[in-house]
Design a protein around this ligand. Structure first.
Ligand SMILES: *Cc1c(COP(=O)(O)O)cnc(C)c1O
Length: 399
């Protein structure tokens, strides 16, 4: 086996082969868990020759990781065409926070899509503000017109496509081109699609971020974030993460790498089941819009068709006559759908979501109550039967 997959290999092949250097795996298939704080040197001369400027992939000190973390980071880099490197963080929020810190300084301004994940907003509105950075929000559908919002102080822009509650698909290439022309760094929260369904750097993104907690880990048992970037920002991203003391445990890296190997088959099944359920919901009399990027109801659907290689398992739909109470009756009546926030695992979830509470640059005018579904790996027929039963309860309450 070669140590590194060829650039021309298909994504499924890369997901299996990437990061499995023989010096990290030895004779076994999965890179073992290397637990270490101290890395030992052969001699004082050897210690002296190791420097704090060592690249990853060389022993230095526990905080810089070990083969378990390097292997995962290298795999994520190889799976993102155009990437120079990946930093790992103990959560998706940490990845977003540290990546923004790497490119902002006091006096700067950052633009965030109004569809941003709420903790990204809190970080910008509270923490970055304290650091003297101003946050401004923009309409996710703005496209190339984003250039009209730029000021001399604008230094970074955060995109999230699709939004994880409302699923607007952004014109990432247009926004990133306008940003690049103005010398502004673009960062994308790519958790929904991952590099598999949206190779971000080839679409113009500078720093692509995922909550690996979701599809990379895939089994709802580890928190992790990753930021992947091209040559220009790689050193800055890496140094900032190191200065902030960011490190993930080898056990967590091991589990994330294990998840990564099956990403392809999981994503395909999430996609297929979610599409079947979204189309079924679309025909239900109780349901208004189905906000799934692969369905025409979804704002930015045409852009999704143009730019994405697939769709994943998370989407929302509107209970047209629903309110807080009837929506709760619907969700509580579900058997296979757990009620919880973190998605991307093998189990289905349902969540009441209220995007109007978070927005500042745009209004959320959709009538009815929104439900977000994470479609897991159960048989979609069972999930549909479960939803049908919950609609019966819901209709009885409305009567
Ligand atoms: C969950 C999530 C995050 C944060 O990830 P954590 O690992 O939970 O910190 C960021 N962005 C999106 C879109 C998410 O769904």
């Amino acid at each position: 086996m070669t140590d590194s997959p060829q650039k021309s290999h298909k994504p499924a092949t890369k997901a299996v082969t990437s990061g499995r250097r023989s010096e990290w795996t030895g004779a076994v298939v999965n890179p073992p868990v290397w637990r270490a704080s101290t890395h030992l040197y052969e001699s004082v001369a050897d210690l002296r020759s190791g420097s704090s400027a060592n690249q990853d992939g060389q022993f230095f000190y526990g905080r810089r990781g070990s083969p378990t973390q390097w292997s995962l980071a290298e795999a994520l880099t190889e799976m993102e065409p155009g990437a120079a490197g990946t930093m790992l963080y103990p959560s998706g929020v940490a990845a977003i926070a540290c990546a923004l810190l790497a490119v902002l300084k006091p006096g700067d301004e950052v633009l965030l899509t109004d569809s941003s994940y709420d903790p990204s907003r809190s970080y910008a509105d509270a923490f970055l503000k304290r650091m003297g950075v101003t946050a401004r929000y923009y309409d996710p559908q703005i496209g190339a017109d984003v250039a009209t919002l730029f000021s001399d102080k604008t230094k970074a822009i955060l995109l999230e496509s699709p939004g994880s509650l409302t699923f607007e698909v952004q014109d990432v290439p247009a926004i990133c081109k306008a940003s690049k022309d103005a010398g502004i760094v673009s960062l994308l929260d790519n958790t929904w699609a991952t590099s598999r369904y949206f190779p971000a750097i080839t679409h113009g993104v500078d720093i692509s971020i995922v909550a690996a907690t979701k599809y990379i880990v895939g089994h709802s048992d580890v928190m992790m974030g990753a930021a992947t970037t091209h040559e220009k920002y790689w050193t800055r991203l890496r140094r900032t993460a190191q200065q902030l003391g960011q490190v993930v445990s080898p056990d967590d890296a091991y589990l994330a790498a294990r998840g990564l190997r099956t990403l392809e088959v999981r994503l395909k099944q999430h996609e297929q089941s979610a599409l079947a359920i979204a189309h079924w919901l679309k025909e239900r009399p109780e349901v208004g819009k189905v906000l799934h990027p692969a369905l025409p109801d979804c704002p930015g659907h045409e852009i999704w068709k143009r730019d994405f290689d697939g769709s994943s398992g998370l989407f929302s739909f509107v209970l047209s006559n629903g309110d807080e109470q009837s929506r709760a009756v619907f969700i509580d009546a579900l058997t296979f759908f757990g009620i919880g926030y973190s998605w991307g695992g093998f189990e289905s979830l349902a969540l009441p979501v209220d995007p109007g509470k978070y927005r500042t640059a745009t209004d959320w005018t959709m009538k009815g109550a929104l439900v977000r579904l994470n479609i897991g790996l159960e048989d979609p027929d069972d999930l549909i039967a479960d939803l049908a039963k919950a609609f019966e309860h819901y209709n009885n309450v409305l009567l």
